[in-house]
Design a protein around this ligand. Structure first.
Ligand code: MAN
Ligand code: CA
Length: 474
């Protein structure tokens, strides 16, 4: 306002009769006079100068000296302009219904508008005129880390003032756990049925679905009247799709109703939404727009806890590996919450003695993924021979996969003394030429140790690799 005034004064032509020097002095005096007495223009007077604020809390404001720069028709529901408007760019730290208000925070008759984004010209979300006396309270569904333009102005074209802007959660009650633990309830402020359903969806639920007299009483006494105050609340029961055919907006089947006497009566032919009465707990159909007296009763279903199940078994059940091989075992599981996993191993000789594996070197193999679905054993040795399975567990139970038996042979250890050296030459030859005599001479020893080239068979093709192994060749 002040800058505009100075500009206008500065370009006004001087009186042709007045001497130029006096005219300049007079102009300077007027400018100084104006600077000293015109009210200061708020720094956030214009939309493009919106002040950045964030999170819930109280933010002081003043629209004294502000001009009006926002669009003239603020809101379809409010005929008035928001005069002498000032602007904030608010960043939400919250997912769900948020209230921004001047209630109890000023004596000025205010108007508030909320826009989706901080660009000037962002679409209007909601606006409020008189929500609490002459002050304003707008409720909208915020998304964390998103920005919202907030416009505050005077109802009056001449009066301005100051106060605080209060940002707070629009949740009046909750989360309140249901007695069966299957859902949580919230109550948000008085809104239209559709706004209440939008609040519910922003919290991941719906307006409440009531399946029993017990639930009806819990919602009435424990949620709608959580603080003892008598209220009426919206429930998610509507015949908006077909007159007389009331359904739950959650899609759940209708297995309980608690209509008051004579209800639903579709009075005035426009009662398609259901209120729950805080006194009797009975239901009544009403129009959607009892926005100032019906509080939104919201139910969010909790994911049911389910014990883990095996959705992919590790396979095959028997694995033969040569020393140095990489062996991978994979398993996958269902369950909610997602189970924690632990691969375990038992010796062949003690098939019940499972020991949890940990990432790192164990028995020779480099182990990784011992607590994931994919166990990798890199560079296995005979000592890694054993029975493997994976345990999955969560709060609701546990499950084991089928077992995988891994046998790792030591290449060339034909006398089964745990080493490959020159003492293995004679048994190697014997195993090739007379397997029966070999089995008799080296009981419990397996000719598979002779499969030095690891092609799955013990035969003459293993001779050269066996010799190379002994002499330390490739
Ligand atoms: C009012 C409204 C109706 C309700 C009747 C009951 O008219 O609340 O929804 O059916 O009262 O008398
Ligand atoms: Ca009715």
């Amino acid at each position: 306002m002040r800058l505009t005034l100075i500009t206008r004064l500065a370009i006004r032509p001087a009186s042709p009769a007045a001497p130029q020097r006096l005219s300049l002095a007079a102009l300077a005096a007027i400018v100084l006079f104006g600077a000293a007495f015109a009210p200061a223009q708020p720094a956030n007077d214009d939309c493009q100068d919106a002040e950045g604020i964030a999170e819930f809390g109280l933010f002081p404001w003043s629209n004294v000296g502000a001009t009006t720069d926002g669009v003239a028709h603020l809101c379809p529901t409010i005929s008035r302009q928001a005069n002498s408007d000032i602007w904030y760019c608010w960043e939400s730290g919250f997912d769900g219904p948020v209230r921004v208000s001047t209630c109890g925070q000023t004596t000025l008759d205010t108007i508030i508008a909320v826009y989706d984004g901080c660009d000037c010209g962002s679409p209007l979300i909601t606006c409020s005129d008189d929500a609490c006396g002459l002050q304003s309270r707008a409720t909208f569904n915020a998304v964390a880390s998103q920005f919202y333009l907030i416009r505050i102005g005077s109802f009056s074209t001449t009066l301005t003032g100051s106060g605080n802007l209060l940002f707070e959660s629009g949740i009046l009650a909750g989360p309140i756990l249901s007695p069966d633990g299957g859902s949580v309830y919230y109550m948000t402020e008085a809104v239209t049925w559709h706004e209440g359903q939008a609040h519910a969806e922003s919290l991941g639920g719906n307006l409440v679905t009531i399946n029993s007299a017990d639930e009806n009483e819990f919602v009435r006494a424990g949620v709608l009247r959580f603080d003892g105050a008598d209220r009426r609340g919206w429930i998610g029961f509507t015949d908006q799709d077909r007159e007389g055919d009331f359904q739950w907006i959650s899609g759940e089947p209708v297995d309980y109703t608690n209509w008051g006497g004579g209800e639903p009566n579709n009075a005035g032919n426009n009662e398609h939404y259901t209120e729950l009465l805080g006194g009797s707990g009975q239901w009544n159909d009403v129009p959607f727009n009892h926005a100032t007296t019906r509080f939104a009763l919201i139910e969010v279903l909790l994911d049911p806890c389910t014990a883990p199940g095996v959705s992919q078994q590790p396979a095959p059940a028997e694995i033969l590996a040569c020393d140095g091989d990489t062996v991978m075992l994979s398993a996958a599981f269902s369950g909610n919450p997602a189970p924690q996993l632990q691969w375990e191993r038992a010796p062949l000789s003690e098939p019940e003695s499972f020991i949890p594996l940990i990432d790192g070197v164990s028995n020779g193999a480099m182990i990784s993924g011992a607590q994931t679905g994919d166990l990798t054993l890199t560079g296995v040795l005979p000592a890694d021979t054993g029975i493997y399975h994976c345990l999955a567990y969560n709060a609701c139970g546990n499950v084991y996969t089928q077992t995988v038996t891994l046998r790792v042979n030591l290449r060339g250890d034909m006398n089964c003394d745990g080493a490959t050296n020159n003492f293995d030459i004679d048994p190697f030859v014997l195993a090739l030429v007379d397997p029966v005599e070999y089995a008799a001479t080296y009981p419990g020893c397996d000719t598979r140790n002779g499969d030095v080239n690891c092609d799955g068979d013990f035969n003459n093709f293993d001779i050269d690799p066996f010799v190379s192994l002994l002499v330390g060749g490739p």
